[in-house]
Design a protein around this ligand. Structure first.
Ligand SMILES: Cc1cc2nc3c(=O)[nH]c(=O)nc-3n(C[C@H](O)[C@H](O)[C@H](O)COP(=O)(O)O)c2cc1C
Length: 405
């Protein structure tokens, strides 16, 4: 294999060659490996969903541009927040931002980054969103969010799916003999003083270590805390890590502007064996009934995967691993190239399926989800209505949506 990779799979293979085995297996997973079944399920869910291509549609040009929370993006794919990019490339999140912006999309910066909120804002030329965790130290949380707002970030992405766990990936660290404490020694690119760079601004015992970060998450976070977060920022809030209609409705009721249907890329070992995140997308879309935007991530490796997510009602998708693999192989150019691959594959898949515009992908473009049925969808909505999660009007809109699909 030589020259520029042609597929995400080629980027994955090159990144695997470049990084130490222990690091690659702990961060990104092994095919079919113990603790990585949900990652495999994420990918398999996209493959199992059949496309129903429409031929001879008479379409010469496809439109890939769309908007997310009013922000124009060149294709419906954003860079998911993922931690510590300097672990795979010396230019870390600065290069990720540049590559993502060159592709015309949004970079979502993780709290756990090696370049600070301000450094990434200064380096890039495009839109950034900031992913945060609510920490037990509320003042510090508010300060991080205010720093992002001051630096021009366009949204706060609140990740909620991994905060209540307490094992923090220990099983995987043991399994693959990897340790955060020695990652500086094993990485060729990571600088010690860049670990948890966003926290360098806070001194003394507030400048904590990578391995203890999980203890600082507010594991008792509740929906009312979203009201608190909204009180400290005027930025729109995206809730990342939703897997049920019930929680999507809660998010919308508490003023979230969007949700990301996600299982954290199958990285939460305690819940390993969960099905692909794509399977939760239809019920979330039906439940919020257009009140807020819905994105999805987990297992997107091909342009046709993006098309399937849009057909099920997602406004856009996020890519996690693929971005880091592009970064590992070729810095900002690699990141831009990963987006370019998805762009040309999506464009081609749209042509083959008779779709002219990413903003208008019909539900009928995909067949039934494995294990899903119209009756089950309706039953689920009726249950949500009966338990007071959906008002009469919301139930009726959601029901129409399912019946029209
Ligand atoms: C190595 C790694 C680090 C991650 N770090 C974070 C993080 O700091 N914050 C976050 O919200 N999600 C994090 N995620 C989850 C991603 O945002 C995203 O949900 C996931 O990677 C999507 O699946 P994919 O990798 O199959 O595209 C991480 C995922 C990986 C693989």
């Amino acid at each position: 294999m030589s020259g520029t990779p042609f597929t995400i799979a080629e980027y994955e293979a090159r990144a695997r060659d470049l990084l130490p085995d222990a690091a690659f297996n702990t961060l990104f997973g092994t095919e079919g490996g113990r603790t990585w079944r949900t990652n495999s399920a994420n990918i398999a869910a996209f493959d199992a969903l059949p496309l129903r291509p429409r031929v001879m549609a008479g379409i010469a040009e496809r439109r890939l541009a769309t908007t997310v929370l009013g922000q124009e993006i060149a294709l419906p794919v954003m860079a998911a927040p993922s931690g510590s990019h300097q672990r795979v490339h010396s230019e870390g999140e600065v290069a990720t931002a540049r590559g993502t912006h060159a592709a015309g999309s949004v970079m979502i910066l993780s709290t756990i980054s090696n370049f600070s909120i301000e450094e990434v804002a200064a380096a890039g030329e495009g839109p950034n969103w900031f992913q945060c965790y609510v920490l037990r130290d509320r003042e510090m949380t508010a300060d991080l969010v205010r720093r992002a707002e001051a630096a021009g970030y366009g949204a706060v992405v609140l990740t909620v799916d991994n905060i209540a766990g307490r094992l923090g990936g220990q099983e995987r660290l043991r399994l693959y003999r990897y340790s955060w404490a020695t990652e500086v020694e094993t990485s060729k690119t990571l600088e010690r003083d860049r670990i948890l760079r966003n926290f360098a601004a806070y001194r003394g015992d507030r400048h904590f270590e990578r391995q203890s970060l999980i203890e600082h998450f507010d594991a008792a976070l509740g929906w009312d805390d979203l009201d608190w977060l909204r009180s400290v920022t005027s930025l729109p809030i995206v809730i990342k890590g939703i897997q049920t209609a019930e929680d999507a409705i809660r998010a919308a009721d508490h003023g979230a502007a969007a949700v990301v249907v996600s299982n954290h890329g199958g990285t939460i070992a305690e819940l390993d064996g969960q099905p692909g995140s794509l399977l939760a997308l239809p019920e979330v879309v039906a439940a919020v009934g257009g009140r807020i935007e819905v994105y999805v991530d987990g297992g997107i490796r091909r342009g046709k995967d993006v098309l399937k997510a849009l057909a099920l009602g997602a406004q856009a998708v996020l890519i996690g691993r693929a971005v880091q693999w592009g970064l590992a192989v070729d810095g900002s150019d690699g990141v831009a190239e990963v987006f370019a691959i998805l762009r040309r594959e999506l464009d081609s898949a749209m042509g083959l399926c008779g779709v002219a515009d990413v903003r208008d992908v019909p539900r009928g473009l995909v067949g039934p989800l494995p294990g899903g049925s119209l009756a089950a969808d309706l039953e689920r909505l009726a249950a949500l209505h009966a338990t007071g999660h959906l008002t009469e009007a919301e139930f009726s809109t959601a029901k129409d949506r399912v019946l029209r699909s």
